[in-house]
Design a binder for this molecule. Structure first.
Ligand code: GLN
Length: 453
């Protein structure tokens, strides 16, 4: 059978699986176009990709799961998409998510909630829940998501797959619809570490279209061989572990004892300004979101309301276009930026962010990597947190500090709870040291650590 025929068959199988899926993870496909793009030579040759619906694909709808962009079709490709296609990757479809990537459960979507593939009564996590669930169900080899405060790692943990949030500036944000620009990163999800490494090496690097991309050499892809465990790692203290779901804590302790036996130096650490991370993150991201989302006004993109005059046009288009969570963030963000409150909130939060960043820099001088839980809880019930935004925000308590610091983190699948629900841990590293995360994860996978519990 020539590769072309086998690839066509693979696409047919994936198409069939998508049509039978019950998780609501994939919202549109483009198999007709995908077939014509097959068999291009490159590092990602014939790898199938599903892409979160906030990343631009030329001539495809780009709705961010929002009413306001329901009818918008992208006239251009994101840089990441361009690079994937040039390396032979095949974009087969687009995935469901929280509106404008704001949420932790993929329930705030005009397409309805994404469901967890391991239990359809539970959430898949968010905001890239569609991408995570689709990978767990084998609907594609690789998925792209976005991670502003945990939206790749938290759903990866809830769906039992790998999810990488790269260093800020590593991957171009051109074509990623902006949520909070100083936090946003495109992230990569897969069941295989090698797929993530290949994709990262293809899509990273300087891009003239995103001034925050960093001009650092991207290592050429080579298979992981002869890698070692880190020499030293930072772990969280017992008092923090006591706050976690006990099954997550138990696995964490098991992993730490394995690492000790294997001569990894263990340092118990305090997470820098831990209790200030969630408030700092939400002050800053809401401020940035309120500014970024001002472009959706009914004039330039997407849906325009029927109206009599210009101010009514803005008012009605935005009232009809955004859902409650997005409005809450725009209003809170406008408030913290307003002249009477700027110093008390926004400017204060910027200072705290600097301290958090410095805290992580100094931790990573003493440890090669940090090992953290990805989530404090197991996947929760659908609808359970929708009415309680604060509870929803707390789902990200271990992921947002990493975005505040801008450093890379990989969520790894760490086996299952007694009720067969996935658990995930984060391996965190220094800026631009993504390779250290992969080596560590590779050894844990090879040694099948989590199957031994
Ligand atoms: N759940 C977080 C939020 O709602 C993270 C979002 C994200 O990473 N895109 O802001």
């Amino acid at each position: 059978m020539n590769p072309s025929t086998s690839f066509r068959q693979k696409l047919l199988i994936e198409k069939e699986k998508i049509s039978k899926s019950r998780t609501n993870s994939v919202i549109r496909t483009r198999f007709d176009k995908a077939v014509d793009e097959a068999d291009k030579i490159g590092l990602l040759s014939n790898k199938s990709f599903l892409v979160k619906d906030n990343i631009a694909i030329k001539n495809q709808p780009l709705s961010c799961a929002s009413n306001i962009l329901k009818s918008y079709v992208s006239p251009f490709n994101a840089t990441a998409i361009e690079r994937i296609q040039n390396a032979g990757g095949i974009i087969t479809g687009q995935t469901n998510c929280d509106e404008f990537a704001m949420g932790s459960s993929s329930e705030y979507s005009i397409y309805g909630s994404v469901k967890n593939p391991y239990n359809l009564n539970l959430v898949a996590g968010g905001s890239s829940g569609g991408s995570a669930a689709a990978i767990a169900e084998n609907l594609a080899d690789i998925a792209l998501g976005s991670d502003t405060g945990g939206s790749v790692r938290q759903p990866a943990a809830f769906c039992g797959i790998y999810g990488l949030k790269p260093t800020y500036g590593r991957i171009s944000r051109y074509g990623l619809v902006a949520h909070a620009s100083s936090f946003d990163t495109i992230g990569i999800m897969s069941k295989k570490i090698e797929n993530i490494r290949k994709t990262l090496s293809v899509i990273s690097g300087k891009d003239r279209k995103d001034a925050t991309t960093v001009d650092r050499k991207v290592d050429d892809y080579k298979p992981l061989n002869n890698v070692d465990l880190p020499k030293s790692i930072g772990i969280i203290k017992q008092e923090v572990l006591n706050e976690l779901n006990p099954e997550i804590a138990e696995r964490y302790q098991y992993l730490v004892s394995y690492l000790k036996e294997n001569n990894v130096k263990i340092n118990e650490i305090d997470l820098p300004f831990f209790k200030y991370c969630i408030p700092t993150y939400y002050v800053l991201t809401m401020a940035e979101a309120s500014s970024n989302l001002s472009r959706f006004d009914g004039v330039r993109y997407g849906n325009r309301a029927d109206c009599e005059n210009l101010s009514e046009l803005y008012f009605k288009s935005r009232t009809e276009g955004f859902s409650d969570e997005v409005k809450r963030r725009i209003m809170t963000g406008t408030y913290v930026l307003s002249s009477g409150y700027y110093d008390a909130y926004y400017s204060k939060a910027l200072k705290v962010r600097r301290l958090i960043k410095e805290g992580y820099t100094s931790l990573l001088k003493n440890c090669d990597n940090l090992l953290l839980p990805s989530t404090p809880d197991l996947p929760f019930k659908l609808k359970n947190r929708m009415k309680d935004p604060l509870k929803m925000y707390l789902a990200d308590m271990f992921t947002v500090p990493i975005n505040l610091a801008g450093i890379p983190s990989l969520s790894i699948p760490a086996g299952f709870s007694s009720k067969s629900l996935p658990i995930g841990f984060q391996i965190v590293g220094n800026s631009f040291k993504e390779e250290t995360l992969f080596s560590f994860a590779h050894i844990l996978e090879k040694e099948e650590i989590f199957d031994k519990i």
